[in-house]
Write a protein that binds this ligand. Structure first.
Ligand code: NI
Ligand code: MN
Length: 233
């Protein structure tokens, strides 16, 4: 089995599990350098890490158009309901749900989560995916935290993380140095950078970061371009 991960820009990822496509943090039309427009995105489920505009800007439109089920925290779920998005599974940290191709567990993150209209957006999260036989940790927007060691621990079957998707932009999230330490704690086979380059304050040399990860022998690492698929498993 294999899974295809596609970074469409900023912190938005498509995860083709072989049994459906998961869309993480829909941000397309207002996203500089994004590889596609919201109206062209196909997905079977949507995972949301938190309420900030750069993670939910196109959420309502895509959820309405596709009918894809949205997995998010309780407060974002209530906000979606008020906008007529009905196919929502609200949840909270520690919860695990079935998604196309496997499961998704809502993990903790250190960040904030207000929605674009000022509504309280609950707590931010990361996602631990077990899909298509591949274990993928999507950190979301977060600072470095020591529980990453726990998140990276092998599961009951002895399987560690195959992929860790980590913010490297600094300022609003971890920067490159802390993201390197995150790889050390998580011990994935492959590390992929996210949440950088979109605007000048979070400009980073992601290829240089990937080289540092590999030079430290922490994991394989690469910085895919927008729209460039990465196949794992
Ligand atoms: Ni944020
Ligand atoms: Mn963000």
């Amino acid at each position: 089995m294999s899974v295809t991960l596609t970074w469409t820009g900023h912190a938005t990822w498509l995860v083709d599990t072989g049994h459906g496509t998961l869309l993480v943090d829909p941000f397309f039309d207002e996203c500089p350098g994004c590889s596609t427009q919201a109206q062209h995105v196909a997905c079977d489920a949507i995972l949301v890490t938190h309420g900030h505009f750069d993670h939910v800007a196109d959420l309502v439109a895509i959820a309405r158009r596709t009918g894809a089920k949205v997995f998010c925290n309780w407060e974002i779920g209530q906000w979606l309901g008020r906008q007529g998005v009905e196919n929502v599974q609200p949840m909270n940290h520690g919860g695990r749900v079935a998604v196309p191709g496997g499961t998704a567990k809502m993990e903790i993150a250190w960040h904030s989560s207000s929605l674009p209209d000022g509504t309280y957006g609950g707590n931010p999260c990361g996602w631990l995916l077990d899909v298509g036989g591949v274990r993928i940790y999507v950190a979301g927007d977060t600072a470095l935290f020591s529980d990453m060691e726990r998140i990276g621990r092998p599961d009951a079957a002895g399987r560690g993380l195959d992929v860790a998707i980590l913010p490297i932009g600094d300022l609003f999230t971890m920067g490159p140095d802390d993201a390197l330490e995150a790889v050390r704690l998580l011990q994935p086979k492959l590390a992929l950078p996210s949440h950088y380059g979109t605007w000048p304050p979070i400009e980073q040399d992601a290829a240089a970061w990937a080289r540092r990860v590999e030079a430290a022998k922490l994991a394989a690492a690469t910085a895919p371009g927008v729209g460039e698929p990465v196949r794992v498993g």
